[in-house]
Design a protein around this ligand. Sequence first.
Ligand code: AMP
Length: 283
Amino acid sequence: MRLITSVHTAQNIFLKLKQQGKRTGFVPTMGAFHEGHLSLMRQARKECDVVVVSLFVNPAQFGPKEDLSRYPRDLGKDRALAASAGADYLFVPRASDMYAPEFLTRVRVDVLSDGLCGRFRPGHFDGVVLVVAKLLNIVQPERMFLGQKDAQQVAVIRRMTDDLNFSVKLRVCPVVREKDGLAMSSRNRYLSDEDRVRAAGIYAALSAAREAVARGESDAQRIILQIKQLINDGTGASIEYVSCVDIKTLKDVGKINGKVMIAVAARVGNTRLIDNIIVRPSS
Ligand code: AMP
């Protein structure tokens, strides 16, 4: 596996590969790899000739009070893990190369960026789509692999790539979880031992909601209330939101009629965690 740090070099290499007719699979990440990231790389390996993983802790998607400076970084370990999952290139651009001092351009997906996490992280998805647009232009992949764990991110990126005519195909991979159900996240390593145990309660609450839907419950407000109670009682986490939304428009739904996403964001200790499940009504 080759490590590339220069944007210019990356562009030359990836353009050549495209001209040679190679199918490039791209996995954008912020590093601190876990099985969730590796599952995307393995899927890319299965489907593509060349697997490119980017590792960039993108300053543009962090708010002024967020964890940019303490975001976990371990390039040595990440290099070994990406190679073991079948990556051919690990692209680790420098922030100064991605955002030159004269940089002025913004990309924004309205509406989809504003609800759910967008309410609590203003500007976050603007930073996400900006960097993804740049990375797509540099890597020129045929396919991009994203995790369902960040479902709003998927919806926003899908809108951006469609609206701006990027020809990339999106592949969305399932949420990879710890044994107790906690969705894997680079931020889980911030959790104290006690909070780590509590954090599993978020998925337990989502699972209980799934069971309620399977038993015939279709009222979104009742489901939301049940989840909030379970999280409050079982974890003591401070809830940012619990929402039942349409999976494409991310608009709140009143009834579980078709496929609906139930999404949660909560803080356990100082750590912000998100999770979601997709449910459909029992027929
Ligand atoms: P990040 O490094 O957090 O920006 O994540 C990079 C990619 O990995 C994104 O597409 C995430 O949705 C995906 N990802 C992160 N955690 C998981 C997980 N537990 N399961 C599946 N995909 C994940």
